[in-house]
Ligand binder design. Sequence first.
Ligand SMILES: Nc1ncnc2c1ncn2[C@@H]1O[C@H](COP(=O)(O)OP(=O)(O)OP(=O)(O)O)[C@@H](O)[C@H]1O
Length: 337
Amino acid sequence: MSEVLLKVDNVYKEFPTHGKEVVHAVDGVSLEVFKGETLGLVGETGCGKSSLARCMAHLYDVTSGSVSFEGTEISTLSRRAMRPIRREIQVIFQDPYGSLNPRRRVGSIIGDPFAIHGIAFGNERKKKVQELMELVGLNPEHYNRFPAEFSGGQRQRIGVARALALRPKLIICDEPVSALDVSIQAQIINLLADLQRELDLTYVFISHDLSVVRHVSNRIAVMYLGRIAELAPTDELFGQTRHPYTRALLSALPVADPDTADSREQIILGGDIPAATNPPEGCRFHTRCPKARADCAITEPPLAAVLDDTDDHRTACLHPLTLGEDLSTAVPDLKAS
Ligand SMILES: Nc1ncnc2c1ncn2[C@@H]1O[C@H](COP(=O)(O)OP(=O)(O)OP(=O)(O)O)[C@@H](O)[C@H]1O
């Protein structure tokens, strides 16, 4: 049995708006992150990935629900009580440009966690920072340079070095390669994979790009409008896709082999993603789902994990399996989509 490092239990995160409405950014998410794995989190822009990530690291207070790390409930901890756990959970953000202060030298930026936690001073800190620079493939002699003197990929390496400073157990990578050129993306992904092996790290890897997530993840959670639509081991998610939303995402992926491309079903979803201020009742996806039935507007369809207890790491709508192409009971205006 895999060891659970982080557990998210029925987490909701709401943001007030200027009016009376509330943004339901995370809308009842439960999942576990196992020690040593990479859990990919994928979904279209605005589906709540970053909000969930920030709840996981307790950078945001949850509206309700709980997050526990190594069995300790962290979502209610004060900043002070969170301090020792903050060392264990680090976040790497998307924008290597925006997340580095342009007026500070990289040695001082990477050394920030040591300064905040009162670890190592003077030359000892400099030595530790230079070791980190070497670990992530930066030249330690560039200690006194400013962020602008580094390329995009090198700046993301600075972000990785800073995240590693306190030797965390869990790193939440929030779109770490999205701002980079494709050739540089591969370098950063390989670096993260090497570091995972070397330092026994666990990752939550967030991306809107399913092909990147497929490459790095042991399991993948697909998010739609604040909820997890499907969660499965990577091979199963691609080999036995269950959720209609995941099928649509997969069908949009480019394929290398033109023969496969010809035979592959392209699923074009009708309509827009509903507003996060007013998500649909029942299944969040039912307004766009080609398999939706009338009851999907009232209740979430049964989950695979509930029916198949040999497969307790899977979560997905079962309609494609149980209903096939039969849309006879579908909500009428959905049939056309
Ligand atoms: N601080 C905030 N205040 C108000 N609304 C917010 C805030 N942060 C996020 N939201 C809203 O919550 C929803 C989820 O946003 P979030 O950034 O978590 O999604 P995401 O999947 O990470 O999107 P992206 O891929 O674009 O970063 C969106 O509707 C967004 O506008």
